[in-house]
Design a protein around this ligand. Sequence first.
Ligand code: 0X9
Ligand code: ZN
Length: 459
Amino acid sequence: ADFRRADMQLPGCGVAARGGAVAIMFQLMLIITSIIGDCVSSHDGSAPVDYSGWSVVRTSIPISDKDATNDILSAIENNNKLRLMHTFVQDNALMIDVMKNTRNSLLDTIGPLVGRSDVEGVLLEEQLIEDLGNLTAPYARSTEGRLGWDKYYRASSIQQFSEELASNNDNIELLRIGTTRGGRTIQALVIADNAKREVNWYNSRHRPSSKPIIMLEFGLHAREWISPAVGTYIANELSKMGSSFLQHATWILIPLANPDGYEYSHTNDRMWRKNRRPNTKNYKCPGVDLNRNFDIKWATTGSSSNPCSEVYHGTSPMSEPESIAIKKLITRFSNIQVYMSIHSYSQVVLYPFAYTEDPAPTERELRNFAMAFTSNIKEKGEKLSMVQQAGYGYQSGGGSDDYAYKQGIPYAYTLELPDKGNYGFLMPESEIFSTCREIWAGFKCQLGELVPEAKGICS
Ligand code: 0X9
Ligand code: ZN
């Protein structure tokens, strides 16, 4: 389905007045630019989006009722008092989490648009987050400096961390796999007992690698801050493991796949999802959803051709520097056994296909490996529990998971990290550490599923 919206009106962007002639001039310029350019989508110098007066509610539809699902999703997309935040399937129902102005009820707003009495009858709304304003207060939550896993860090701190990790460890090499539209480097960390040789293979293209490779991609969606936090944590743990551990497999991590979008979610709009590419089709609405931009059933389902949509797929497959960079990694290394695209939220492991409800040819293997992964995590906690086909109940093309699978990587997945919606993308900093620790424990154990000699590591 192509969920278009004419224009996207978002929560207000206030410009606080301050004293001083220069400051007043500056404020005036800001006001003018925001009137001309629509403050939501203007450049990084604009006022942050203010979510006060906004909340998050959930409604759910049985997945069998495809018409109702489509009606409701397009009613949300076309209504500028609402903003679709997240969908996922649980117990045969599609959960639809929506941001809305607290003054309106979801039912009053979209009920009449859906126009089916039976749908209106089942359209219940459950409040997930009462006050988005508090939780997204600008700058209240971003830290610069040396990484710990008790806070969320700015893009530059994460990138600095990767630089330092590589220069301080013989087993780690930093690959610069691309440059974003905002001029940021897209980094990958190669962690191996002979990292230099692996990197030479990458640079000379398509050379075989003897060891299985585990490739992990974090932060493709800007606002899912827990993902790069887990990515940097795993990189840090791997840096301490030594050759006896790294002899089993090579690890390649993309700790922050969408640095422009991520930084923007710190400075301007906490709920930003896409990258920040200026869209010539509509300059008011920048950004492409990178997980709809890959060259696999691109623009066929679950994405939009409208630049203002959260799931805008871009002008062509692989039109974005971020997707090209990932494609290069996937295609230049051989013997990649595992590819995981790490997102949030809903605590589930998703396996291909995402673009169709049809089963993948190796569904049984995909499921078994994923089930082992969830139980390896459960050993330590409860952070991921369900295993599902990504296309079950709702399909979307152009994802990195399906792309990796179609390139021949046998175990390709999307992980949706905690929570289940009580905080959603706004997971408190106090939860970061325990999430990182448990997901890493799961990965460490999972190695034994891939390499029998590594079985002992777990116990
Ligand atoms: O919609 C997505 O891209 C992912 N969910 S999220 O809320 N993190 O945005 C799910 C990805 C599943 N796989 C594909 N759609 N290919
Ligand atoms: Zn995501």
